[in-house]
Design a protein around this ligand. Structure first.
Ligand code: KG4
Ligand code: ZN
Length: 342
């Protein structure tokens, strides 16, 4: 049996986990920084980096203790090396390097997006390659053909905002606080989506790309008009987002060739309404629908440890750089309008 220690610190969760090649999470701890960032309505990179620096090492110590293990018992140390907020990534990666050096264990540098992309395989051993993955998080919104470990073909991406970002901004606008996704989902249950007309950007277009900036502005106009109930706005926003995801995913399914399943991952995959809509889309195509349990959707270290298991045998040098940007498919062309998000 092989065990990998995973470390995650690329955004606002400080996390460590021990995962085996038998798909068992022996222990995992996550320290959320929600309280520290709440007054600002979003993640403040400097505050995040400092919090990771304070919390990470004791958290790793506690995770090992939870499993009754020491570093001598692990086979490799996997850490997120990007993409993400660079201060936090550096804290996690440098810590992993020091532990790897001290314990003489291999370091495995993990792409955070690969962590999300492979996380469904930790939860579901029957999930084989290739699968169509909708990766929706606070920083990304992509449709990827996952052909194998390290083999990703990007079929579509957002030309402006990520969907999680749009959820968070909608939450802020409606005074729901931070983090916004779960709060918008809760409020949406009490609203009627039909009462607020909102656009569905890029629906029907040939390439399976996304755009959420116009939707976000429309939500803002609906709010400042004073004509609409907040719950109706939340419901209409969520429904518009779902319509975009479904249309774009359907388009990708038609162009992807044979796939074993339709899979969703990333923080926004925690949204129950989105999961149900994707499940129906998969059924329409006679495909299994795979979504990790909620705790594996939002940022966590078990998915990083699992990516380390998938990459066992790899050993990255101690001068491996921390990367603020690190596309899963480096061959994918930049799309028009994609100034910021990769
Ligand atoms: O993957 P993640 O934890 O961090 C990134 O790598 O970005 O994703 C965080 C994002 C946030 O924007 C959060 O609002 C969103 O996921 N999110 C949700 C839900 N839970 C988290 N969005 C919609 N509905 C949810 N239930
Ligand atoms: Zn993430």
């Amino acid at each position: 049996m092989a065990t990998v220690l995973g470390i995650e610190s690329s955004c606002d969760e400080t996390a460590a986990a021990l995962v085996t090649d038998g798909r068992v999470i022996l222990a995992q701890r996550i320290a959320s920084q929600d309280e520290a960032h709440r007054p600002y309505g979003g993640v403040v990179p400097e505050i995040a980096a400092r919090a990771h620096a304070e919390r990470l090492t004791p958290l790793i110590e506690a995770t090992l203790a939870d499993a009754g293990m020491t570093l001598a018992d692990v086979d490799a140390i996997a850490a997120t090396a990007g993409p993400g907020l660079i201060g936090g990534v550096m804290v996690g990666l440098v810590t992993a390097k020091a532990l790897a050096m001290a314990s003489d264990k291999p370091l495995i540098a993990i792409n955070h997006l690969e962590g999300h992309a492979l996380s469904p395989r930790l939860a579901d051993e029957s999930l084989g390659f290739p699968y169509l993955l909708l990766l929706v998080s606070g920083g990304h919104c992509q449709l990827l053909l996952v052909e194998g470990v390290g083999r990703y073909r990007r079929l579509g991406t957002t030309i402006d905002d990520a969907l999680g970002e749009a959820f968070d901004k909608t939450a802020k606008l409606l005074g729901l606080g931070y983090p916004g996704g779960p709060a918008v989902e809760r409020l949406a249950r009490e609203g009627n989506a039909k009462r607020v007309p909102l656009p569905r950007p890029l629906v029907g277009s040939a390439e399976p790309h996304f755009s959420f900036a116009g939707l976000k502005s429309a939500v803002m106009r609906a709010k400042v008009s004073g004509h609409h109930d907040d719950a109706d706005i939340a419901a209409a926003f969520q429904q518009a987002a779902i319509d975009c995801l479904i249309d774009r995913s359907r388009r990708a399914l038609h162009g992807a060739g044979p796939v074993s399943a339709l899979v969703v991952a990333g923080g926004v995959a925690a949204n129950q309404a989105i999961r149900s809509a994707l499940e129906a889309l998969a059924a329409e195509h006679g495909l299994p629908f795979v979504a990790p349990p909620l705790g594996l959707c939002t940022d966590n270290a078990a998915m990083i440890a699992w990516a380390g298991i998938e990459r066992l045998g790899q050993s990255d040098p101690l001068d491996t750089p921390a990367r603020p940007r690190w596309p899963l498919d480096p061959t994918a062309e930049a799309v028009r309008g994609a100034g910021v998000k990769a």
